[in-house]
Design a protein around this ligand. Structure first.
Ligand SMILES: [Zn+2]
Length: 587
């Protein structure tokens, strides 16, 4: 442990109060890299919140059962955005907005869907339709017809396709619009359109999961016209076997879903708790608000959304009661368009390139109900995160369920390529994290399937996650330094690191105090040492890290004179980033 005894005695969480500043000076601050107190009254308050006082379950229920599935481009998603804004505001967060990131060409809304075998047996069907495909025109009852496998069967179907439900297995020819690639299949497709089938039914995968997907790139005057049904495999087999045995089968579907002429504006929801001395720096927590619409999106991503909201509520409550504010601005973000390719987060980053340098890190929750009980950390981040997460580790160490015990997971690189919104930030060279999740839930069983409803959610994990996110938001916002960017993983460095960026080569603490030196960095060459304090760059007084970064970035030449203080003594060196030298000079 790096935390010394005198620091442990500090229990105040207000990094800015003058009393604390004095106290901090009287102990050996250099022992604490982050400047964070080992014991933190805000984290204590968050963990003192009892299970009964937690609201995450109600929040999830309002979202998933009250609003429902949230496909991008649907009315429900817009409603969910407005609901989330109202929630954030009700927690006392004032800076809340929905920001448009783009539009979808066509809107799509589902209301209800039912399906039955009506002959020779009566059975309710478990099925799904693709997103952005048409429903039925009221209840449509018709014969089930096996798709042909050869010319002879195709000929036999002539005149029998009007009002039919076509049963297509992988061994048959599913009808399609003429693509010219498969003559028989194209002819069958043309026949289906000419005679007017009701729709096409395909079986779900062997595991019985009805996975929802679809293509949103539509034109309103050229919409898909075929009802496209994915049927639970066992029921599909029942129908198939009847037909194979020459039995007549009749099916009825009543599917109410509709298109809406676009462009439909799409939004990200943003809520900010303003920071104090580092207010222009951001630390971001969130997940995507949109879902696929084959179920309620309880775990993809109602769990990420509800725990983000509950974390915001817990944190605001504790801060208000203790009268404190974070140093960095804490932003909660709920993105849209994630399921169609991280569209909301990517667009936001494109539209706000100036923000990227000011973001310390982005932590995304999009892995379902299992508890966010860990975070990946690379070697340079480890000492910082050990301090930042220490109170969370301490508060969860005795949890009965070890899935709730928080741990740092050491890794060579950050979790790139997971396929969630943090990836958008990693691509912009901003440290992006995807929580490490632990628990008994099987995410692949619910993810994008008919099972993604609340009964599969483990509420104890939800509460654990909300406490972790709230506490992490507070701790990371108050670190002396931003999360380092020089250690996000090798691939990152090769691809993204700007080799021409001007760096001093120090880890900084509060008030430009040098906590540590990057080995072989220019600061080491200049003779800087731990405990020194950086004063100015080319005569410009520097008081915080953001200012240092911007000043170095704004330099019009390859070198600059940096002045620092050791005790009462001023020292200086000329840093030359092109020559990679740092030569001492008169201060
Ligand atoms: Zn997701």
């Amino acid at each position: 442990m790096r935390i010394t005894l005198p620091i442990l005695l500090l229990s105040l969480a207000v990094p800015l109060s003058p009393a604390l500043a004095q106290e901090t000076e009287s102990v050996t601050v250099a022992e604490s890299l982050t400047g964070l107190p080992a014991q933190d009254s805000i984290v204590d308050a968050i963990y003192a919140t009892t299970d009964d006082e937690m609201q995450v379950e109600e929040i999830l229920t309002e979202l998933v059962e009250g609003i429902g599935p949230r496909l991008t481009g649907s009315q429900n998603l817009t409603e969910a955005g407005e609901w989330a804004m109202a929630k954030f505001k009700s927690f006392g967060i004032e800076n809340v907005r929905m920001e448009e990131w783009g539009t979808f060409p066509v809107g799509f809304d589902r209301r209800f869907a039912s399906g039955h075998i009506t002959w020779p047996i009566k059975e309710e069907l478990v099925f799904n339709t693709r997103s952005w495909t048409p429903g039925t025109d009221g209840p449509q009852r018709g014969a089930a017809v096996l798709a042909p496998t050869n010319d002879e069967e195709l000929e036999a179907l002539k005149g029998h396709l009007k009002g039919a439900w076509v049963i297509a297995t992988s061994g048959t020819y599913s009808p399609r619009f003429g693509s010219g690639q498969d003559e028989l299949r194209d002819r069958f497709g043309a026949m289906c359109d000419e005679e007017g089938i009701y729709g096409v039914i395909r079986p779900s995968g062997k595991n019985g999961l009805l996975r929802t997907s679809g293509n949103y790139r539509l034109e309103y005057d050229n919409l898909p016209t075929r009802v496209s049904i994915l049927l639970f495999r066992d029921q599909f087999t029942t129908i198939y076997d009847f037909l194979k045995n020459g039995e007549r089968v009749e099916l009825e579907f009543d599917i109410d879903q509709s298109f809406k002429e676009g462009p439909i504006p799409q939004y990200n929801v943003i809520a900010e708790i303003p920071g104090t001395d580092l207010a222009d720096e951001l630390i971001i927590f969130g997940g995507h608000l949109d879902s696929w619409d084959g179920a309620g999106g309880a775990q993809d991503n109602g769990t990420g959304t509800s725990t983000t909201l509950e974390a915001a509520r817990l944190l605001m409550k504790a801060m208000t009661e203790q009268g404190v504010q974070p140093r960095r601005t804490i932003r909660f973000m709920l993105w849209g368009g994630e399921e169609q390719g991280l569209l909301g987060s990517r667009a936001y980053i494109r539209q706000h390139p100036e923000e990227n340098d000011r973001i310390s890190a982005v932590l995304v929750h999009d892995g379902g109900t299992n508890a966010c009980s860990g975070i990946r950390t690379t070697p340079n981040m480890m000492p910082l995160f050990e301090e930042a997460f220490a109170p969370i580790v301490a508060h969860t160490a005795d949890a009965e369920d070890d899935n709730l015990r928080f741990r740092l997971v050491s890794a060579a690189r950050l979790p790139r390529g997971v396929g969630s919104d943090h990836d958008s930030y990693l691509s912009a060279n901003v440290p992006g994290f995807f929580w490490e999740q632990f628990g008994s839930a099987n995410y692949s069983y619910v993810h994008h399937t008919q099972h993604d409803w609340i009964p599969q959610v483990v509420q104890a994990y939800q509460r654990g996650t909300a406490r972790v996110v709230a506490s992490a938001a507070w701790r990371l916002s108050n670190m002396n330094q931003a999360v380092p960017r020089d250690d996000m993983g090798q691939r990152q460095q090769r691809q993204q690191r700007d080799p021409n960026a001007k760096r001093v080569g120090v880890y900084l603490g509060e008030g430009m105090l040098i906590n540590d030196l990057v080995s072989n960095g220019l600061a080491a060459k200049a003779g800087m040492a731990k405990g020194d304090v950086i004063i100015s760059v080319d005569g410009k007084k520097i008081t915080n890290q953001g200012e240092l970064g911007r000043t170095l970035k704004g330099l019009k030449k390859d070198s600059a004179k940096i002045v620092w203080k050791r005790g009462d003594k001023l020292m200086a060196a000329t840093f030359d980033w092109k020559a990679k030298t740092a030569v001492t000079t008169e201060p």
